[in-house]
Design a protein around this ligand. Structure first.
Ligand SMILES: O=CC(=O)O
Length: 350
């Protein structure tokens, strides 16, 4: 019997058993122990006696970063020449530096689109919650402050959508889903800032503005840009200073788009009235001060944490691996590699 292609599965999944079971009919799926460290991993992928040195497709979850570290240049260079593709379980692939993989002609895939609805739902929940001070009420309720603290447990009055300008930083797939979800709540004024203005059919009635104007006009800043070297700390002490007093910030993208210390300082001073955060700069570590602030409505990165979405994400990752085996190509290659010719020359592994 001919040898099956080897797929390395990094990280656990929750709902993919059936899909993985199917893949095992055409692939030899291997894993690494939970205790693996980056040093061990880098050593073992280079060891010809180890099966890891023959791997052809790698799938990974964000949590598997604790075993391998980031997929950076060092790791890309350590991988055996047999590796054809890395398939990431998530839309955001900031744990992968694409450039060194591109240089080695290793395809990188993410999970776009599928995550948009669940992430937008989370965003809208946090946005409304932060605007209305629901986080404060919720904490005070749990602390047993009702009725002693007065109506609404003494929570400050929140604000309604009418007349508020929502600034969408990053009008892409998720940004558009957020925009469409916000309209029925009564929000009417939408502006956005991207590096370039979109064609009008992709703007959904949202007004394009430069970054300075964006900062000046937004009552609510909705953060939806991917994390990369252009967007790291895009929101910092200087840009926060240019925002309206009492601005509300919502982030379901990546924590490090915001300088967390600067945001914490601005929340303390009241410059930022409240924040809805699903992501944090150093997650899962969060500063005690930020956590203690009742004007922060926080979630532990739950944007795509729903049965249906997670299942679809995990199944797409398996589909990506299967497609590499059967055709040589991943299905959802990351935008940086979409105009490259070499992935089209990749041959099936069976
Ligand atoms: O954070 C979630 C994702 O990147 O899909």
């Amino acid at each position: 019997m001919s040898k099956k292609p080897i797929v390395l599965k990094l990280g656990k999944d929750a709902f993919g058993d059936q899909a993985w079971g199917e893949l095992e009919k055409i692939a030899d799926v291997i894993t690494i122990p939970e205790s693996t460290t980056r040093e061990q991993f880098l050593r073992e992928v280079k060891d010809p006696q180890n099966k890891l040195s023959q791997v052809q497709v790698i799938t990974r979850t964000a949590r598997s970063v604790k075993n391998t570290g980031r997929f950076d240049e060092e790791l890309a260079l350590a991988l055996p020449s047999s590796v054809v593709a890395v398939c990431h379980t998530g839309a955001g692939y900031d744990q992968i530096d694409v450039e060194p993989f591109k240089k080695r002609h290793i395809q990188v895939a993410n999970v776009p689109d599928l995550v948009s609805n669940a992430t937008a739902d989370t965003h809208v929940f946090l946005l409304l919650g932060a605007l209305r001070n629901f986080g404060i009420g919720n904490r005070r309720l749990i602390e047993g402050k009702w009725p002693e603290a007065g109506p609404a447990c003494g929570s400050p009055f929140g604000y309604d959508p009418e007349g508020k300008t929502v600034g969408i930083l990053g009008l892409g797939r998720i940004g558009r889903c957020i925009l469409e979800r916000l309209k029925p709540f009564g929000f009417e004024n939408f502006i956005y800032h991207n590096r370039h203005q979109l064609p009008s059919e992709e703007e959904h009635g949202c007004e394009y503005v430069g970054f300075e104007e964006f900062l000046k006009r937004s009552d609510i800043v909705s953060v939806n840009v991917p994390l990369n070297h252009n967007t790291h700390h895009l929101i910092n002490a200087e840009t926060i200073e240019k925002m309206k007093d009492g601005v509300v910030i919502v982030n379901t993208a990546r924590g490090a788009v915001i300088d967390e210390q600067a945001m914490t300082d601005a929340l303390r001073s009241g410059k930022i009235r409240s924040a809805g955060l699903d992501v944090f700069e150093y997650e899962p570590k969060i500063s005690k001060e930020l956590l203690s602030m009742s004007q922060v409505l926080g979630l532990p990165h739950m944007g795509t944490h729903s049965v249906e979405t997670r299942k679809k994400m995990e199944e797409l990752v398996v589909e990506n691996a299967k497609n590499v085996i059967l055709t040589g190509k991943v299905l959802t290659i990351v935008p940086e590699l979409q105009n490259e010719d070499w992935p089209n020359e990749s041959k099936p592994l069976v």
